[in-house]
Write a protein that binds this ligand. Structure first.
Ligand SMILES: [Zn+2]
Length: 237
């Protein structure tokens, strides 16, 4: 049975998604690709990428507000829709206590093992993120994207993103850019800059094309497991 917290988070975000839809400018809505009919993978239709949101809790309360999550998701959708990619929230689930600090590889693996293989990108909102537990202060970041290659059924063929509760609103879409195959860029005006990004950063048309290819590949491989050599890859910030 779903807990009250889960229901409250899910309904809050769904209501937010509705409000975001209503706030879209009419011209933007008109220029969006037609709703897919036969296949979501057709080149002309929107690629709908499901997200499962996991929210860390402390003292039975989520570590991040619904508003913050909703704004981050809205920002990501506003950027991705230019390239025919649409994020769809499949589920919002609170994590039990003990996952609010993700400060090293062990913590990332613990989170990864909580994610079902359901074809969605798993996003974990937590209190604090650092790359290295031994040097938390100097390796603190706003978010991380990672994935596993290999034979472990519990972790492979998924995309994982972790976002800190106080991360900028652009962190989620930056990490999703990695999930869809993008590397870092130097320009502060680019969403893929691993830096203090400028006021209104965006993606280039080329990045958009690459992400569309990456998103399509994700949708295909999340349904067709193809094991590769054992390795962990993750991108920073
Ligand atoms: Zn990055």
């Amino acid at each position: 049975m779903k807990s009250r917290l889960a229901t409250s988070l899910a309904s809050g975000l769904a209501a937010g998604a509705l409000a975001i839809g209503l706030l879209s400018p009419p011209e933007a809505a008109a220029s969006r690709p037609a709703k897919p009919t036969a296949s979501r993978l057709q080149a002309t239709s929107n690629l709908v990428v499901p997200l499962t949101i996991h929210v860390a809790t402390t003292n039975r309360a989520p570590v991040v507000s619904q508003r913050r999550m909703r704004e981050s998701i809205a920002r990501a959708n506003a950027e991705l829709r230019h390239f025919g990619i649409e994020l769809e929230i499949r589920a919002v689930e609170p994590l039990r206590e003990g996952y609010s600090r993700v400060t090293g590889a062990d913590h990332r693996l613990a989170l990864a093992e909580l994610a079902h293989r359901d074809g969605s990108v798993h996003v974990f909102w937590v209190e604090r993120v650092a790359l290295d537990a031994q040097d938390e202060q100097n390796t603190r970041v706003s978010g991380i994207h990672w994935r596993y290659f290999g034979l472990r059924k519990r972790t492979r063929q998924r995309e994982y993103v972790v976002v800190a509760h106080d991360a900028p609103l652009t962190t989620l879409v930056h990490e999703l850019g990695h999930a869809f195959g993008l590397g870092h860029r130097r320009a502060a005006s680019n969403l893929m800059c691993s830096c203090q990004r400028s006021a209104n950063p965006g993606f280039t048309a080329r990045q958009g094309r690459l992400m569309r290819v990456g998103a399509r590949r994700f949708l295909v491989r999340s349904n067709q497991p193809r094991p590769r050599t054992d390795a962990t890859r993750y991108a920073r910030r």
